[in-house]
Structure formats: structure tokens, C-alpha cells
Design a protein around this ligand. Structure first.
Ligand SMILES: [Zn+2]
Length: 201
């Protein structure tokens, strides 16, 4: 038996998502069919508007529905401290813990020569410009503790040093095991890593 057209199209789409094979996709499509119609309509509307509504903050490149994200707009956040993360999901981990009161910079990637990702492919120049043009007292490098994350942190450190501005550069103290990722780290681990951050030499 073949699935009816619309169901099949939905299943085909789901199969494009990471970690979802044909059987799971079929099962999920059938599950959708059992949900209330209003819920599905709302979901469809959100999907349709996703690209149009979501943009990158002009300052920190986090995802937002406004030009400037709520964190960058927040007067109570310390604009002089910038926590640099690889992805919006890493930012979420810190925000969910409520353990950080500064602002962020989201790189949307990391330098990874093996996969052809160069410094100019991520929001690195924007970070350096931001430090150049604003009064920044500390940059906390919170890229992941693996080879690419480390290489990215070193690269950023060297570019900041070239500015010859008085900016403190720190790196998270990793109670995080090597290779672990910030996205999946629990609240206590992140809290410790940020409290115990050390000057990055
Ligand atoms: Zn922002």
C-alpha cells in the first residue's frame, strides 16, 4: 500500500529532517492526522511564516523576530561583557540557566577547515567590528571544547589582540569533558564553567 498523496508528501518532508527515517516519518505523519484540526492549522501557519518572521539580531546575530533581539535591548544586561557562542542553541542553554547577565555574540558555526568552513563563513568579522567600535571590557569565549571550537577560540583571541584594545579575554573553565557540547550541558556544569572562567592566554 502507498500512503495517500498528502500524507506521503508530509512523510517525504519529515524524512529530510536529521535522524528521521522512512518508517518514523510515516508514523509521525499518521500521528499528525489524529491531532485536532486547529492545532494543525496553527502549526502550518507557523511553518509558513517561519522564514519571514525569524531574523538575525543586527548586533549579536542571535535569532529574533525584531531587528534588535530582546537581550540586546535589555537595559539590565551588561553590554560590556560578550559571551561568544557557536549557535543559538548554546545561547539558549545559558539563558535557560539564567546564569549570565551580559550579552552574546552568535557565530553561527565554527572554523572547520576539513568541512571547508573558513573564518569569513561565520559571524567573526562582525564580532571584531563590534569590539572595535564599542566599549567592551570582557569577551568570554564559549565555543565548544573540541578541536574546532578550540581553534576558533584561538583565532578570535588573536584577532582581538591585534586590535590593541584593553579587552579581557576569558575562556569557560571546562568541567565539561573534552568533546562534550554546550548545547547538552546541564545547568550546574554551565554555571561552574562560567563562574570559573579563566583568562585565555
Ligand atoms: Zn541581539
Amino acid at each position: 500500500m502507498r500512503l495517500p498523496d498528502t500524507l506521503r508528501k508530509i512523510s517525504d518532508f519529515l524524512q529530510r529532517l536529521p535522524g528521521i527515517g522512512e518508517k518514523t516519518a510515516n508514523r509521525l505523519s499518521l500521528y499528525l492526522l489524529r491531532l485536532p484540526e486547529e492545532d494543525l492549522k496553527e502549526f502550518a501557519q507557523n511553518i509558513a511564516a517561519l522564514k519571514e518572521k525569524t531574523q538575525k539580531c543586527k548586533i549579536c546575530f542571535s535569532l529574533s523576530e525584531e531587528e534588535i533581539c530582546p537581550i540586546c535591548q535589555d537595559k539590565d544586561r551588561d553590554k560590556g561583557t560578550i559571551l561568544v557562542v557557536e549557535s543559538p542553541l548554546d545561547l539558549l542553554s545559558f539563558e535557560n540557566g539564567g546564569i549570565y547577565k551580559g550579552v552574546y555574540h552568535v557565530l553561527h558555526g565554527r572554523i572547520d577547515p576539513l568541512n571547508n568552513i573558513r573564518p569569513e563563513d561565520i559571524y567573526l568579522k562582525e564580532l571584531i567590528d563590534r569590539i572595535k567600535e564599542n566599549e567592551v571590557k570582557e569577551v568570554i569565549l564559549a565555543t565548544n571544547p573540541d578541536m574546532e571550537g578550540e581553534a576558533t577560540a584561538m583565532y578570535i583571541r588573536d584577532r582581538i589582540r591585534e586590535l590593541e584594545k584593553k579587552v579581557k579575554i576569558t575562556r569557560l573553565a571546562y568541567g565539561l569533558p573534552i568533546g562534550a557540547s554546550i548545547e547538552y550541558a546541564d545547568y550546574m556544569t554551565l554555571k561552574k564553567s562560567i563562574m570559573g572562567r579563566e583568562e585565555y592566554k
